[in-house]
Design a protein around this ligand. Sequence first.
Ligand SMILES: [Zn+2]
Ligand SMILES: [Zn+2]
Ligand SMILES: [Zn+2]
Length: 335
Amino acid sequence: MKFGETFMEYLHGEQDKFLHKCSHVEYKRLKKVLKKCRTCKSLSESCKTEQQGDKEEEEEEDCMCEYQSCPVCDQMFFSELMKEASDIAGCFSSRARSLLQLHVPTGKLRFLFGVRRCFKDEQALKDEGSMLIEYITMNEIAIRKILKKYDKVHCSVNGKNFKSKMKAEHIELLRSPWLMELGAFLLNFNKLDGGEFSESSGHFSCDFNASLSVMTLTLANSIKLEFDLTCAICLDTVYNPYALSCGHLFCKSCACSAASVLIFQGLKTASPDSKCPICREVGVYANAIHMLELDLLLKKRLKEYWKERMSGERAERVKQSKEYWDLQTQYAIGY
Ligand SMILES: [Zn+2]
Ligand SMILES: [Zn+2]
Ligand SMILES: [Zn+2]
C-alpha cells in the first residue's frame, strides 16, 4: 500500500477520537501542491536533455542550481509544513506531559509514597502512551516522505535542508525528550507486570540496555532511535536527569554546575545567558524537562548505582547549602 493511503487509513481509523484534537501533516494537500508543480518537473527534464547535448559532465550540477527555489510552491509548501510540524510537536509534548502527570502527580509525591497513584486504569494509560508514539511516528514518516517527494519533483536539496531547519527550531519530532519519557514510561509498566524488559506493541518496541545505558526505540518503517543515557559532563549514566530545551540530557547536579547555580536553587534560577555545555545554545535552562519516568526506570534497573548517586547528590546538596548559608550569615554579621 502507498504511504498516502496508509496515512489516510491511520487518520480515519480507530484512533479518530484521539486524533480529533491533534493537528497532523496535511499530506494530501501538500502532495497536491507538488502535483501542480509538475510543470517544474517537465522543465527540469527538458533542461536535462538540453544539457546532454551541451556538456555532459556538468549536467547534474547545473540542473540543481537552476531549480534551487521554486516560485510556484516554495512559499506555501515550506511555511505550511513548518507550521504543521510545530503544531504537532506542541500537541505531542502537551499530551505526553499531561499523560505522564496523571501517572505521577508530582515527583515529590512519587518518592514519598513510592506507589503509582493512577487516576485512570493502567491499561488506559499504556494505550494512550502507545497512541502518542504512533502519532509522532506517522507524522514523522509523512514529513520525510513529502520532503523526499519535493526534492524529487524539483530535483533540489531544499527538502533535505528543511530537516536541518526543523532541528534548529527544536521541532524535530523524533528528538522530543517526551518521546524518551514515553519509552521509559512503557518500560516501567512492563517491569510492574514482572514481564520482559522489552515492550512490544504491533508498531514499535523499546528496550533498555543497562551495560551501555542506551534506550532503543524501534518504530514503524524500520526507524530506529537510540537514546544515549550518558551524561556528557560526568560521563556516567544520568542520575535525576533533566533535558534542556535543546534536547540534551544531563544529571541535575551536572546541569546545575554547568549553569553555575546550586542544586537546591534548581535549573529555573539559571541565568538566561547560560549555555548548554554541548551545543552552546543559550536560554535552554528555564524550560528544562525533569525526566521523571527515565529516572524511575534507572532507579529500577540500576538499583545499586542509583542509590550511590542519590547519596552522592544528597551530600553535595547539604554541602552546598551549608556553604551558602555560612556565606549569608557572614554578610549579615559583617565579618
Ligand atoms: Zn515547485
Ligand atoms: Zn552527570
Ligand atoms: Zn544542547
